[in-house]
Design a protein. Structure first.
Lengths: 200, 200
DNA sequence: TCTCCTGAATTTGCATGCAATTCTAGAATT
DNA sequence: AATTCTAGAATTGCATGCAAATTCAGGAGA
């Protein structure tokens, strides 16, 4: 019997992965606020699994920095205080600088055009003062830039930190100056990418 | 009853942390070779704990990139192929650049002197052609530099990547040119730190 | 009223059990 | 001889049980 095109893939993902992703989303989206306690009994009921995979998810999210483990006292959503946010943004800046450099060298024209397209879509939202939409495309551009650097380790590292600051970044970009500065910065990056100017 | 100076702190660390650290050391030190299968029964016996904390350690090391989880088929020590090594070193380079910049600004004179001392100790080993000793101090200097940048996020990120490449770096530094180049680079960093020249 | 105790109820950390999957040989078939 | 098939063993994923730690409620004493 040949299932030619695998009619039902039945790729069952491990429960602990599912749990990790679900929890990460809840935290990054802010539905689990910083400092909130992660009650095992409650979450097992909500996610429909047992404590073992849930607790494994806690450990993973803790090493990602999204969760803080208090021995014998459970887990809480880690705080993203201003100091840590600033530190994270500094590191991300360094990573983006490297990414830009590598992307200039390694990205295909199609990829650069893709970023350019996203950039203009973002500008549209910016013009409309639509913060949420602007933010979404802003995120996408940064991520794509890092992705197209061709350095997978860089991408993963950046991606992880990005998830970590995403909760707070929304606010960091709220002030009008930062907002406009970010747009100008994007213009510059785009120009440099187009010209393949490694040093920007 | 007042135990004044806490005679025996009895700070029992969680078993899963202990397991994570022990395993990480085994991997970083190369006692568990890349590609080696991590048998749960065997390791629980060796570490004297049950499968639950061990499996939690697996998940943590997997997110750190030291271990690869094969669903239903166990965990293996992740391969550090040349491509990934190169990518990691590129990222670490970017992080060190940021660290150097920040350390110039933020490190105390005492901290800079501490690094300088380590540097000379390292030179001693270099002069004796003692690769292991040289390597040890080389590592220490890089780590201290990043630590004294004052950016905790940067330090943690770097530290994690460092553990990840440590297995392979020994070899990367083996060739005589790289070896000498690394020493010269250190000299430069030291000089820049001493002069507090942010741009190096 | 506030602080400090005390024991019950919760909650966590870890061990263990069970079902499902994967691996391992050896037999059967070509 | 090589390949396929097939128990049986080993191993993994997850649920659950139990002891230790923590939290909480209520009351005694200041």
């Amino acid at each position: 019997m040949d299932d030619s095109q695998e009619p039902t893939p039945i790729i069952r993902r491990p429960l602990h992965e599912e749990a990790t992703d679900r929890l990460r989303d809840l935290i990054v989206q802010g539905r689990l606020a910083a400092g909130a306690r992660l009650n095992e009994r409650l979450l097992t009921a909500q996610l429909g699994l047992s404590r073992t995979p849930l607790r494994e998810a806690f450990k993973v999210l803790a090493t990602e920095g999204l969760v803080e483990l208090l021995p014998n006292r459970g887990a809480i959503v880690s705080q993203m205080d201003p100091i840590r946010l600033g530190e994270s943004l500094a590191v991300m800046g360094a990573l983006e600088a490297l990414a830009g450099e590598l992307a200039c060298r390694n990205a295909t024209d199609a990829q650069i055009n893709e970023i350019r397209a996203l950039h203009y879509e973002m500008l549209a939202y910016h013009a409309r003062n639509d913060l949420a939409g602007y933010f979404k495309f802003n995120q996408a551009i940064h991520l794509k830039l890092v992705k197209y650097s061709g350095n997978a380790v860089l991408y993963n590292t950046y991606r992880q930190m990005n998830g970590n600051v995403r909760r707070a970044r929304y606010m960091a970009n709220l002030s009008k100056e930062r907002w406009d500065a970010a747009v100008r910065e994007h213009d510059e990056i785009l120009a440099a990418l187009g010209a393949r100017d490694v040093k920007r």
